[in-house]
Design a protein around this ligand. Structure first.
Ligand code: NAD
Length: 261
């Protein structure tokens, strides 16, 4: 599968570039921010692979030329322009960019009427399984358990809470629809309300991504945790998703489709 990488100079974009060949993908385009210091550099050199003959560009349209699928790990602000061009140039989209607003979500649906689109806040297999376990635990443990989510990420992460924490909150509310999110507690917050689910973010060091869903009940606690120990995990998942989308009809797809093949 021929891929373009949108966000090619970023932590995730470089991981995708490094792993592409081993996952059966050829890089044909690499797109970065117009303000990136990496603009005009060879994408292979940036990722420590040696020259692969693809220079980074800030021109999204030309970066997509010849690609079957674009893999996007960029920013929510950059995604709408990419989606417009992917629709125009008929290129499938795998996006792992987080913190999308409602208009961006609508644009994903719009793009999916024209090309295959897979958006996932976490492209690891383990997190998909965790989400299924969380829904099961929320169902089985019921109303006597309070549920809270804590995530930890490296100090450079700019958004909070993580897209994965939000995904896990939805996995809880799939079984407990009454729960409303709370994103912090301070001062006279009062006793915890039974319809709360707090989603809390730690930031520091080089933590790639830890997520724990706490089920706090009378006399017992259950904690379900996922820890990412390498960013390559997400990149490999995105490349598997790109292979899966190649040749599929237009529509919205999810990591669960990739895992089930
Ligand atoms: P990063 O800051 O290291 O990289 C961002 C990249 O986006 C850079 O290459 C930058 O040049 C590019 N970019 C910014 N503005 C652009 C524009 N207007 N046009 C084109 N490119 C532009 O970030 P990162 O750590 O690689 O993370 C990127 C995104 O992926 C974040 O939203 C993060 O939360 C998400 N993420 C998702 C997963 C997952 O599994 N889905 C895993 C890790 C990170």
């Amino acid at each position: 599968v021929k891929i373009a990488i949108h966000g090619a100079s970023g932590r995730m974009g470089q991981s995708v570039a490094r792993l592409a060949a081993g996952e059966g993908a050829t890089i044909v385009g690499a797109i970065v921010s117009p303000h990136s210091k990496a603009l005009g550099h060879d994408v292979g050199e940036l990722a420590g692979l040696g020259i692969v003959g693809v220079e980074t560009t800030a021109d999204t349209g030309s970066g997509l030329l010849g690609a079957d699928v674009v893999i996007d790990f960029s920013t929510a602000a950059a995604l709408p322009h990419l989606l417009q061009l992917a629709m125009r140039q008929k290129i499938a989209v795998v996006s792992g960019t987080t913190r999308l607003d409602a208009s961006c979500e609508r644009l994903l649906d719009e793009a999916a009427r024209v090309v295959p689109v897979l958006w996932a806040p976490n492209t690891s297999v383990g997190v998909q399984v965790l989400a299924e376990l969380v829904t099961l635990a929320a169902e089985k443990l019921g109303l006597r358990f309070d549920v809270e989510i804590v995530e930890a990420h490296h100090r450079a992460k700019v958004d909070a809470p993580s897209g994965t924490a939000e995904r896990l909150r939805q996995a809880v509310t799939a079984a407990r629809a009454e729960l409303r999110p709370v994103y912090g507690r301070e001062g006279d917050a009062g006793p915890r309300r039974p319809d709360e689910i707090a989603v809390l973010a730690l930031r520091g060091g080089d933590v790639i991504g830890d997520h724990t869903v706490h089920f706090l009940g009378p006399g017992e606690r259950l904690e379900l945790t996922h820890r990412a120990t390498s960013r390559d995990l997400f990149a490999r998942g995105a490349l598997q998703a790109a292979r899966y989308l190649h040749g599929k009809p237009a529509g919205r797809y999810a990591m669960v489709d990739v895992i089930r093949g």
